[in-house]
Design a protein around this ligand. Structure first.
Ligand code: NAD
Length: 291
């Protein structure tokens, strides 16, 4: 499958990163968000990333101009997807929301377009069932920050076609990612392990086992994790992690996956992590500070 044109739906943490990498790959990329402030923030994030790259000598002004020329902010879904060969959805982790969007995508995108979801762990088959073309729907799970993380987890559900899986693998390679293919089991291979570790780290913090930074240091130095589980939770977004845990608890009918009350409290207080300046740590100074 030849990709020339991509639409990314949702311009948050993940959507902005995915759109950035698509534009860098040389594809005409439309970034769409249902909220004007979401779209503005997503575009600003990409601009900043490229500007920092120029400052650090990792890219050039001419290169940025070429990439920028591939990227367009679009505030209308029909306009964003009308020419797309590939649509990647990155809206919040909510089944009904994703199903509504996929039903719209089937109606609005070209009939050959691959429809991908970046869900962290919702069943792809249920998202695919909201369309009449489940064979074109696939899970494409990118990692944060998308421009820097090399893994792309592809999720194979029962009714996806082999052509779609093969095309998703070559799309991933074109984007510079290493792909793995996993079965459509809630939480896939990555999220299930990641959120359980993060939730347990929150429980340990609440129980007073150690400070947040000591728990993170334990895993970085003791287990060679590049980042501690609490710091990583702040980077991913505590709301995102809470949603995944609740979805796992429901899907497996197992309460041990429920988010620890401390995680719920932080989310209810609006302390969602690095993206808002406060989460488990305080990030307002630009560095992580114990709260
Ligand atoms: P986010 O909250 O940062 O961004 C979501 C964006 O979607 C927001 O800009 C919001 O305005 C927009 N949005 C909401 N409703 C919309 C709609 N109806 N149409 C279009 N846009 C809409 O969330 P995120 O962290 O980018 O997560 C997005 C998806 O990616 C989720 O499914 C999440 O589980 C998954 N994911 C997240 C991470 C991570 O580290 N944050 C990693 C992998 C996968």
């Amino acid at each position: 499958m030849d990709v020339h044109s991509v639409a990314v739906v949702g311009a948050g943490t993940m959507g902005a990163g995915i759109a950035q990498v698509c534009a860098q790959t040389g594809w005409k990329t439309c970034l769409y968000d249902a909220f004007p402030e979401g779209l503005t923030k997503g575009m600003a994030t990409i601009e900043n990333f490229w500007d920092m790259g120029i400052e650090r000598g990792k890219t050039s002004v001419a290169q940025k101009a070429e990439w920028s020329g591939n990227l367009r902010a679009v505030n209308n879904l029909a306009e964003a997807v009308k020419d797309a060969d590939l649509v990647i959805e990155a809206v919040p982790e909510n089944m009904q929301l994703k199903q509504d969007i996929f039903a719209e995508l089937e109606r609005l995108a070209p009939s050959h377009a691959m429809l991908a979801t970046n869900t962290s762990g919702l069943p792809i088959s249920e998202i695919a069932q909201s369309t009449g073309c489940p064979e074109r729907v696939v899970g494409m799970h990118f990692f944060n920050p998308v421009p820097l993380m090399s893994l792309l987890e592809l999720v194979r559900h029962d009714t996806v076609s082999e052509e779609t899986i093969a095309a998703a693998q070559s799309i991933g390679s074109a984007m510079g990612k290493t792909t793995i293919v996993v079965r459509d089991v809630p939480g896939f291979a990555t999220s299930r392990l990641g959120v359980v570790l993060g939730n347990e780290a929150v429980r340990m913090l609440a129980d007073g086992v150690a400070s947040a930074s000591d728990i993170d240091t334990a895993m970085r130095l003791g287990y060679r994790h590049p980042m501690g589980p609490l710091e990583l939770s702040d980077l991913v977004g505590l709301d995102v992690r809470r949603d995944i845990l609740n979805n796992l608890a429901d899907a497996f009918d197992d309460e041990s996956y429920r988010p620890h009350p401390m995680l719920d409290q932080l989310v209810e207080a609006g302390d969602l992590g690095k993206k808002v300046g406060k989460g488990i740590y305080d990030w307002t100074s630009g560095k992580k500070v114990e709260r």
